[in-house]
Design a protein around this ligand. Sequence first.
Ligand code: DGL
Length: 215
Amino acid sequence: MKIGVFDSGVGGLSVANFIQRALPEHEVILREDKAHVPYGTRTPQEIFGFVVPIFQELAEAGCQVIVVACNTVSTNLIEQLRARFDIPLIATEPMIKPAAERTVTGIIAVCATPLTLQSQRYHWLKQTYAKDCTVLEPDCSDWALMIQNNQVDISKLETRLSEVLDAGADIIVLGCTHYHWIDEILQDIARNRAVIIEPEASIMRQLKRVLAQRA
Ligand code: DGL
């Protein structure tokens, strides 16, 4: 089966690699929107206009499912996109629920783009699953571009992470797929103080369910 994977940029490749390794019998078709990355500082309407033709292309290429490997698109536009396309769309969202279940200090940090943090869906996730937690949102507004351009500034990451670690966060949610490329650096900075949570296992569970239905 053909599985479409979409992100604004290199975040998609991290997810596509994961899926292709886990499901070698399927064909993964990755599309990125390098012309418009980063999405996280744009408006949802603008992004919708970029994404529709790309999803159309993936559908025409025969993809039976599209993994929206972008928290920014998923949290802001998934309902609109699902209304537009017939094929299943798998969303990627900040892992608030598992973070709230695992925290011991009651303090979690969510690293995500400004648009993800502003979305109604993100507020709903926090309200529904983490209302008894303190949720910290460090300023990661320039991380996606930094990673996209392969110009990772480790001291900047240390500063941002130290703020939330010093505030007591013991779970750090990676709410942007670009950040998967720096998870080892972040793990190193957070060593013995916080656990980093990423969404791949959850994406795979949803994807396997959809593939089983379509088989
Ligand atoms: N990788 C994307 C995400 O998961 C978007 C990053 C961006 O383009 O700003 O949110």
